[in-house]
Every structure is written in structure tokens, then in C-alpha cells.
Design a binder for this molecule. Structure first.
Ligand SMILES: NC(=O)C1=CN([C@@H]2O[C@H](COP(=O)(O)OP(=O)(O)OC[C@H]3O[C@@H](n4cnc5c(N)ncnc54)[C@H](OP(=O)(O)O)[C@@H]3O)[C@@H](O)[C@H]2O)C=CC1
Ligand SMILES: O=C([O-])CC(=O)C(=O)O
Length: 258
């Protein structure tokens, strides 16, 4: 499968290393769309990719799927056009807190017969959540995220501080680079208006920790994910990049788990 990536930051870097650098047997990144060619032109030699600053030319390049690894604004600006031409996968799922955008993307994907893939990113357990939701067995979803204070720009706090408490819909508005997980949790479960979120800046942790509690008529589930961050961007967990790789690898499988 030939891949085009939007963005060339921390997540894209892991993808380039693991796919092109390690010569993945089924995947190849061919095209990378960036807005600053000079900053990223070393990638062409390092990973044998073609850089594009012209989005039309990027979309017309020889790729089967576009992976967005940029930011929420890039999703809003680019994804509606992408889905007219290609399947897509996005990691800045916080953009989908905008219901109008979701409706637009769904309609475009259907009309042009393309698929939008939403990896679970820095968390897990979304298979369970979707199963109980679709059978009316879900009553409560809570996410408690604890991140190193400095990665949330709260360098000066001396002990843990709750910096957000509310619903996922508001969490992503206040923390668009840190609360993508709350939006995918909302979409898989009770919706972003009903998903409860607490975000804690903690000067004493060195991991991005997501605690998920799910309750319903099926029973109860609890997951705790303690993520190591990517060195290039301490806000971003390594697992977010790995979840894209795993989702790409599973696309063409003839048997599926979960
Ligand atoms: N779903 C999840 O669980 C998770 C999602 N994320 C999200 O994934 C995204 C990528 O994360 P990460 O790799 O760490 O981010 P980085 O900040 O390390 O890299 C972002 C890259 O995207 C580029 N970019 C930003 N906007 C545009 C645009 N409009 N057009 C083209 N390129 C653009 C930046 O380029 P430039 O150098 O020009 O700024 C940079 O190369 C973020 O939105 C992040 O919040 C992160 C972790 C978990
Ligand atoms: O990487 C993480 O742990 C979570 C994150 O930044 C996000 O959801 O935006």
C-alpha cells in the first residue's frame, strides 16, 4: 500500500522510520505534504519520499491512502478534498468535535466510495466501547488524563493541578493538542457531550497516563494506559504513532480481531 502523509512532525517521523527506514514488507510512504519545504527537504534523501507543498499535486501522486499527522486545522482544511480522491486516516481526531465537519466527511466518503479510518491513537478499548454502545448497554464513560505539567505548559505548578474538568467537547476546545483521545472516546461511546473528562497537570509524572472507566448494564471496565512520549514532541505518546502503523497493517487482512 502506497501512503501519503500530511505533516512531517513527531508522528510522521516514527512512520517514516518504521515504514521506509525499516523497509516494511507491505507499506511504503511515497509522498509527504508540508507547508515549509526548506525545513523538511532532508526527508527526500533520508527516506526516498517526494515532498509536496502543492496539495493538488500531492493528492494526484501515486498513493492509495492519505494519513493526516498534522493538526486539527489541517483536518478541517484538507480532509473534505482528500475524501473525494482517496481513503484517509486521521490522528488529529479532535477536529471531529465539529459535528458539521463529521456530517460533511461522512457524506463525501459515501458519495465517492472512500473510507475514513480513525485509529484509537494514544488509548485502547474502543472495540469494547463500540460494542456496548451499539447495544444500548452503556451508561457512563470517564477519562482521567494525567500529563507531565511541562508538556501542558504548566511548568510552574509544584503539585498536581486539575486543569480541566468537564465534557470531551470542551476539553478538545481548550487543549486541542492534548485531548484528541477524549474525542475518539466520545465518538466510540456516548458522544463528546456526555463523555466526562478530567485533565491533570502533574509535575511528578514522566508519562502520558490515560485512565478510562466504562460503566453500563454489561458491567464495568477500566483501562489504564501509561504512555511514553515521543522525544520530538512530549505532548504526543509513542502509542499514537504505533496505532496508525497497526491500523494500516490490518487494513488488508483476511481475518480480523476485535
Ligand atoms: N489521536 C490521538 O490519540 C493523538 C493525536 N495527536 C495529534 O496528532 C497530530 C500530530 O502530532 P505530532 O506529530 O506529535 O505533531 P508535531 O507538532 O510534532 O508535528 C505536526 C506536523 O504537522 C505539520 N503541520 C501542521 N499543520 C499543517 C498544515 N496545515 N499543513 C501541513 N503540515 C502541517 C507541522 O509542520 P510545521 O513544521 O510547518 O509546523 C509538523 O510537521 C497533532 O494534531 C496531535 O495533537 C497526538 C497524540 C495522540
Ligand atoms: O498522546 C497522548 O497521550 C494524547 C494526546 O496528546 C491527545 O489525545 O491529543
Amino acid at each position: 500500500m502506497d501512503i501519503g502523509i500530511i505533516g512531517a512532525g513527531a508522528i510522521a517521523n516514527v512512520m517514516l522510520k518504521r515504514i521506509n527506514g525499516d523497509q516494511h514488507e507491505n507499506l511504503k510512504i511515497k509522498s509527504v505534504f508540508v507547508r515549509n519545504e526548506e525545513k523538511y527537504n532532508h526527508l527526500e534523501d533520508e527516506f526516498s519520499v517526494q515532498l509536496y507543498t502543492d496539495f493538488e499535486a500531492f493528492l494526484a501522486s501515486d498513493i492509495d491512502i492519505v494519513v493526516e499527522a498534522a493538526d486539527v486545522a489541517a483536518v478541517k482544511a484538507r480532509l473534505p478534498e482528500v475524501l473525494k480522491h482517496k481513503d484517509a486516516m486521521l490522528v488529529s481526531v479532535g477536529a471531529l468535535a465539529d459535528g458539521g465537519l463529521v456530517a460533511d466527511l461522512m457524506q463525501t466518503a459515501k458519495k465517492y466510495d472512500h473510507t475514513l479510518h480513525l485509529p484509537s491513537g494514544a488509548i485502547g478499548g474502543l472495540d469494547l466501547l463500540q460494542n456496548v454502545q451499539s447495544h444500548g448497554e452503556l451508561e457512563r464513560v470517564r477519562l482521567t488524563t494525567r500529563k507531565p505539567a511541562a508538556s501542558l505548559s504548566y511548568e510552574v505548578v509544584e503539585s498536581e493541578k486539575v486543569v480541566f474538568e468537564g465534557k470531551a467537547a470542551d476539553a478538545i476546545t481548550h487543549f486541542p493538542k492534548n485531548m484528541n483521545v477524549s474525542v475518539i472516546l466520545g465518538m466510540a461511546g456516548m458522544g463528546i457531550e456526555e463523555t466526562e473528562v478530567t485533565l491533570i497537570a502533574d509535575p511528578d509524572v514522566d508519562r502520558n497516563i490515560h485512565q478510562i472507566e466504562i460503566e453500563g448494564t454489561f458491567g464495568r471496565a477500566e483501562f489504564k494506559i501509561e504512555n511514553l512520549a515521543l522525544p520530538e514532541n512530549p505532548k504526543t505518546s509513542h502509542l499514537a504513532a504505533i496505532s496508525i502503523l497497526g491500523t494500516l497493517e490490518r487494513l488488508n487482512r483476511h481475518f480480523r480481531i476485535g
